[in-house]
Ligand binder design. Structure first.
Ligand code: GTP
Ligand code: MG
Length: 440
């Protein structure tokens, strides 16, 4: 089943917690801190895999989570890194952030990778908290939470030539006649329901052709099937506009050309500038020659190249093939989409607000700091208190009239607001007592 747009929800792994540990050796009763850092959490990484040609693998699975990093250990051993989670996607997949629509990656090259959510860094072990005033720190950080978010994977096929035209013009017949592809052909509109690729192989070169569902008026606004598929046209270097010349109705054919042009432009004005060939099809039918003769001069006047022939009889197809290959040789490959990175620097600002859930502090750095605090460790809680005071969170809570003992939500963590319990930082020279395990 062809699928070219999916929403995914992604969570990278959290970093592992750092360790609190002290060196213990036979004749060294009070060793220094030697707790190692936690391992980095696994990232979630999209990889362009040439064997795929649709996003069908994501039809039923939308949630992806990478492994967390492991705990740091004593003896300065760092925790093992969480394994990255690889998400294979077909080449041509664009990754956008859901909501903002920001393009985060355009995976055009086979094997190309993009980190979508970065794993959290490991928490620091107590060995790293040693300092002149802190000879025996009993503190370690928890790991940093992994990045998370909702994203859209969108496939924009990397074909060279896009076949566009009204339903029934003979686009699929042409694809079948020019390549080895075997698309469905039938005498009713909207036979083609999804893009189909075929490789045109001429001695002088190759071209990947994409047969698309027929366009009708309003396709750019979502009518018919055209809308979703127009984005595949966006990447092609050359458009092959197929026009039904059978039936002897020159006025109808002229309108057909205009209608398709209008839909292309309505979808993306840039498509008006895309190199384009007009191919009058069904030349085997009586009256078709007159249609071509009537319309050709005005088209040529506009700078368009006009060819004609028949997908059914094969007439004119050699010339068409040669022309396609020659034109493509002159056209540069389309550039990948411009990519914007997600902001890597966390916002330092925070707000304190009251809602039905109680009092909440919202702010990236503050939330991260709280998440990385080991709440069972009094020293760590002390440090957090100092941090919240320095940052002005305390002041903001007081200003809001938050009563002592109130629960305050920060990210996923609930804190109890007790400003009077915050003990000032120890002064230099009065280090914390060495821990009991290491004591003789
Ligand atoms: N006589 C004649 N009939 C043709 C020619 N090309 C296509 N047809 C017929 O036109 C009808 C439509 O052909 P398709 O190739 O399915 O047309 P399409 O443009 O792909 O149509 P949609 O997929 O519905 O948009 C079929 O009955 C074909 O047999 C041609 O060169 N000559
Ligand atoms: Mg078709």
């Amino acid at each position: 089943m062809f699928l070219d747009r999916v929403e995914v929800h992604i969570q990278a792994g959290a970093g592992g917690p750092g360790a609190v540990s002290f060196r213990r050796e036979k004749f060294i009763p009070m060793g220094g801190p030697d707790g190692g850092d936690g391992g980095r959490g696994g990232s979630v990484v999209a990889v362009a895999q040439p064997s795929l040609n649709s996003l069908a693998d994501y039809r039923y699975r939308h949630h992806f989570k990478a492994q967390p990093g492991l705990n740091g250990e004593g003896n300065q051993r760092h925790g093992k890194k969480g394994e990255d989670l690889l998400l294979p996607v077909p080449p041509g997949t664009v990754v956008r952030e859901l909501g903002t629509g920001r393009v985060l990656a355009d995976l055009t090259e086979p094997g190309q990778r993009a980190v979508i959510c970065q794993g959290g860094r490991g928490g620091r072990g107590n060995a790293r908290f040693k300092g002149p005033t802190q000879q025996a720190p009993r503190i370690a950080e928890r790991g940093e939470p992994g990045e998370h978010g909702s994203f859209v994977f969108e496939l924009r096929m990397l074909a060279d030539v896009g076949l566009v035209g009204l339903p029934n013009a003979g686009k699929s017949s042409l694809l079948a006649a020019l390549t080895r592809a075997t698309p469905k052909v039938a005498d009713y509109p909207f036979t083609t329901l999804q893009p189909e690729l075929g490789m045109l192989d001429e001695g002088s070169g190759q071209a990947l052709l994409a047969d698309l569902p027929g366009l009708i008026e309003g396709a750019a606004e979502g009518r018919g099937l055209g809308h979703d598929f127009l984005r595949h046209v966006a990447r092609t270097r050359l458009l092959l506009q197929v026009v039904d010349a059978g039936g002897g109705d020159a006025e109808g054919a002229r309108l057909a050309i205009e209608q398709v042009e209008a839909e292309l432009v309505a979808f993306d004005a840039e498509l008006a500038l895309r190199p384009r060939l007009i191919f009058f099809n069904k030349l085997d039918l009586t009256g078709s020659g007159a249609v071509v003769d009537a319309l050709r001069p005005a088209l040529v006047e506009r700078g368009l190249e006009v060819l004609s022939g028949s997908a059914a009889s094969g007439e004119g197809l050699d010339a068409l093939k040669a022309r396609l290959i020659r034109r493509l040789a002159e056209l540069p490959p389309p550039p990948p989409l411009a990519v914007e990175s997600r902001p890597k620097v966390l916002a330092t600002a925070f707000v304190v607000r009251r809602d039905e859930g109680g009092v909440r502090v919202v702010g990236e750095t503050v939330e991260r700091r709280v998440a990385m605090t080991d709440m069972l460790n009094p020293e760590a809680v002390q440090r957090l208190s100092n941090y919240l005071r320095r940052k002005g969170v305390e002041r903001a809570l007081t200003a809001l009239g938050v009563a002592r003992g109130t629960e305050v939500q920060v990210g996923d963590v609930t804190l109890v607001w007790r400003p009077d319990l915050v003990i000032p930082r120890r002064r230099a020279g009065k280090a914390a007592p060495p821990n009991e395990e290491a004591a003789p």
